[in-house]
Write a protein that binds this ligand. Structure first.
Ligand SMILES: [Zn+2]
Ligand SMILES: [Zn+2]
Length: 595
């Protein structure tokens, strides 16, 4: 039972002194019977025995018969022999399934089939002389065998079961031919290099090619649908910026909706659509006829219009918030100038929150009680967060965090009474800003010092809100300013600067070399080389931002950000061959939180 037709002929040929099956067949032709009756008449083989043989006869026999599982002759190997050494040792005959091109495992011994002689490493032609022995004389049954993985065994088990005409317990309701198409059209996506033309995998008569394909298929099918979803993830990641189903999943999409259109393959589509529901950040076109209608209507992504309606704002405000990276959403660029947006449901809440707590620039100025330039300094230093900056997002109005403005406008402990009391002379921040000739960055540094508690400040309860009337102890603030100025001039080594900036040393050296991080020759006799001042570090932080920070603030991957940003990095692998990407802060539509 289960012997291959071709193998049987070979065995009978040898038993009767013929070299090859072809010679046996020539001898049988001596009787003038029709080909399909030669076996029974010439060899006196009972009908049941003929019917027990599986797989095609060699072409020269001109016998056409039903093949197991309605497979086609082309699904069977005509070239190379593969075998299970243990099976061959138990009983020397060719098992029908060994001849199926997409069959690579012995489910009895749980090993991968072999196709080479253990001694001379040569492949064994199917039409060869001896059965079970190589031309060099070595027994094929002594070949070492490699254990097969449980998922590969399960796959072959199912294939054998459907070939025998039994249903697969708890498995897929597929005919054998469909199994093979599943492997070629779907399993091939699990290969290291996915097919350019799914369904057409050349060289399957070779064990290694076939084994790669069945292994990939078995992996995709096991732990369903986790590995499949992993594949979908990988495909999406390899196509950053692509935002249409057809672009991202084009080939796979066609394979599972068109090439494998029968109902039996619905499980592939169901798992695909479940994945889209959870992970597809784009919109699904209403007129898409391939996806189930429910998948489209329940897709948890909102369009720009939905967002505007639900947050009771205009589409332009939503677009601004999204391009500023303040709400989650992805831009889909269809063609130059045509962009649509898709938002997760959570973006509605984010947008409402952002829009509720904002003031415009003029309001911020009035509340803070400082001039325009000072407000901008605070914004640039990240001390006052903005949700929309007209300079970046081409918006008409600023959306500045009301909370941040309020915190600053009411900074300082309220001390009732006169603010000039005999011992301590107080000075207002307005006075400091006007007469003390602060250097660039010193105003935000003062605010930061207040926030961290390094510098004490107070406020006259009768004074209006605003930074201008914040009071400092004149001696204390002068001392602090002096100390911070001399510290700023102190030089760090480049390694020290790297630590300070939280960068890899190599990156800091590259930044120094490109001039983005200002350095001076260290003139202090004890140390040699270049040094970086704290001021230069501050200056660098104010001007540039690493791509990784942008990605983190937006909660998406770096590759995605790299694809989405229209601004050009000032440094990075594709710009000047350096290790890390940096952007000019003023170039990107996103205000970073203070770093
Ligand atoms: Zn075996
Ligand atoms: Zn050999």
């Amino acid at each position: 039972m289960g012997e291959s037709s071709r193998g049987y002929l070979l065995r009978i040929a040898h038993a009767n002194g013929h070299d090859t099956a072809r010679n046996l067949w020539k001898a049988l032709r001596w009787w003038d019977y029709p080909a399909d009756r030669l076996l029974r008449m010439g060899l006196k083989l009972p009908r049941v025995a003929v019917e027990a043989l599986g797989g095609p006869f060699p072409a020269y026999c001109q016998i056409s018969r039903d093949l197991p599982g309605s497979l086609r002759v082309d699904d069977f190997n005509q070239v190379e022999f593969r075998w299970c050494p243990s099976c061959l040792a138990e009983s020397e005959f060719v098992r029908m399934e060994w001849e199926i091109k997409l069959f690579c495992v012995c489910v009895v011994h749980k090993v991968i089939l072999t196709d080479r002689c253990p001694a001379c490493d040569s492949l064994q032609p199917l039409a060869r002389g001896a059965l079970g022995r190589c031309r060099c004389g070595t027994h094929l049954s002594v070949a070492p065998s490699v254990p097969a993985s449980p998922e590969l065994i399960a796959f072959h088990d199912s294939l054998l079961t459907v070939l025998a005409g039994w249903p697969v317990a708890g498995g897929l309701d597929l005919a054998p031919l469909q199994w093979l198409r599943l492997v070629k059209y779907f399993g091939s996506f699990g290969l290291e290099a996915p097919p350019t033309r799914p369904g057409q995998v050349p060289g399957l008569h070779k064990l290694q090619t076939s084994l790669r394909l069945t292994t990939a298929t078995a992996h995709l099918l096991s732990d369903w649908p986790r590995n499949y979803h992993q594949l979908l993830d990988d495909i999406a990641r390899s196509m950053p910026g692509a935002a249409r189903l057809g672009h991202t999943y084009g080939r796979l999409y066609r394979a599972i909706y068109r090439d494998l259109a029968e109902p039996g393959f619905q499980f592939l589509r169901d798992a695909f659509e479940t994945y889209l529901h959870k992970n597809w950040t784009g919109l699904l076109a209403k007129r898409n006829r391939r996806l189930k209608p429910g998948t489209i209507t329940t897709h948890p992504r909102k369009s720009l219009r939905d967002m505007a309606r639900q947050t009771k704002t205009g589409k332009s405000s939503i677009r601004r918030l999204a391009s500023a990276g303040e709400i989650d959403g992805s831009a889909i660029r269809h063609a130059p100038g045509r962009t649509t947006w898709a938002f997760p449901v959570t973006a509605i809440g984010q947008a409402k929150e952002r829009l509720a707590g904002t003031v415009n620039f003029q309001q911020a100025r009035t509340l803070l009680g400082v001039n325009k330039r000072r407000v901008r300094e605070l914004i640039d230093a990240g001390l006052v967060r903005t949700w929309v900056n007209p300079k970046d997002a081409q918006a008409a109005a600023w959306c500045i965090s009301r909370k941040d403005v309020h915190t600053l406008a009411y900074a300082g402990k309220r001390i009732p009474g006169s603010y000039v009391d005999g011992d301590r002379r107080f000075v207002t921040l307005r006075h400091v800003l006007k007469f003390w000739q602060l250097k660039t960055g010193e105003f935000p540094a003062i605010i930061r010092a207040i926030q961290s508690g390094v510098l004490q400040c107070a406020r006259d309860p009768r004074a209006p809100a605003g930074l201008g009337d914040t009071l400092f102890d004149a001696v204390e603030i002068r001392g602090w300013l002096h100390a911070s100025r001399s510290a700023a001039e102190e030089l760090l080594t480049i390694d020290g600067a790297a630590t300070r900036l939280g960068l890899k040393q190599q990156v800091a050296y590259e930044l120094v070399r490109s001039g983005l991080l200002h350095s001076v020759v260290n003139e202090d006799g004890t140390r040699r080389g270049r040094g970086v001042s704290l001021q230069a570090i501050d200056e660098f932080r104010r001007s540039y931002v690493p791509l990784t920070d942008i990605a983190r603030s937006r909660g998406v991957g770096v590759r995605r950000v790299l694809g989405d940003l229209s601004a050009r990095p000032v440094s990075g692998p594709r710009i000047d061959g350096s290790r890390q990407y940096f952007y000019r802060r003023s170039d990107i539509a996103c205000r970073m939180e203070s770093t």
